[in-house]
Design a protein around this ligand. Structure first.
Ligand code: SAM
Length: 226
């Protein structure tokens, strides 16, 4: 019987291309195939490190079909690296279905750890990091976001989440109502040229970003007690 391959779950940079581990580079070099959320983005990273390996697309829209194909390759003994657009696969990114499929088929799953925006933001926030609750992306509707924060209000956990630039100001307004006295940390464009980490009350941050304008990728942390 053929030996089955390994599914490597590989973290890639969240901005700065130097933020990748030596092991991740070696694995990306040695696998038979890379399954990428965004093939263009991944090809840029691979070409920066002069890595030549076939790349196929694996994303939410094609996961049924591609998942089967990848599984067959793994069963045939090929080693495959799963990467997302940026950061760690399966953290608010596609991949979980493939990883689950691999487990169900008795394929070995091997993590290659590295950057993720949530941990990067927590590491510089200067707030208690345990316990913390990670919400991923918030619900799109304002009413639902508000209800979610109302539910969490009684909890003394640090709260962390990802937010899109389009909803950022509205979310800060909700925080100004519900978490009036909390310390909020906005981590914007982490590891990139315009990296900015701001701490303040929701009201102070609202004033600042209304003047400054909203651009880039945001991770937000709400600290209840420092
Ligand atoms: N898998 C990724 C990870 O491990 O962090 C998260 C992917 S999720 C689709 C993308 C969201 O993560 C962005 O909208 C933003 O909220 C957050 N994010 C990603 N890169 C970031 C960065 N460089 N600075 C701040 N937040 C970032």
């Amino acid at each position: 019987m053929n030996k089955t391959g390994i599914l490597y779950v590989v973290s890639t940079p969240i901005g700065n291309l130097e933020d990748i581990t030596l092991r991740a580079l070696r694995v990306l070099r040695e696998v038979d195939l890379v399954a990428a959320e965004d093939t263009r983005q991944t090809k840029k990273l691979l070409s920066y490190y002069d890595i030549k390996v076939p790349v196929i697309s694996y994303r939410e829209e094609n996961r049924q079909r591609q998942g089967q194909r990848i599984l067959e390759d793994l069963e045939d003994g090929r080693n495959i690296a799963l990467v997302s657009d940026a950061g760690t696969p399966c953290i608010s990114d596609p991949g979980v279905h493939l990883v689950n499929l691999a487990w169900q088929a008795n394929i070995k799953v091997c993590p290659i750890p590295g950057p993720t925006a949530i941990m990067t933001a927590l590491s510089v926030a200067g707030v208690r990091t345990h316990p913390f609750v990670f919400l991923g992306f918030l619900p799109q509707r304002k009413g639902r976001r508000k209800r979610l924060f109302e539910t969490l209000k009684g909890l003394s956990y640090t709260i962390a989440f990802y937010e899109s630039p389009h909803r950022f100001l509205d979310t800060l307004k909700i925080l100004a109502e519900i978490f009036k006295d909390a310390l909020v940390i906005v981590a914007r464009e982490l590891t990139k040229r315009h990296e900015e980490i701001k701490r303040g009350s929701p009201e102070q941050l609202l004033d600042y970003y209304k003047k400054k304008g909203i651009k880039g990728e945001f991770t937000i942390i709400i600290a209840r007690k420092v």
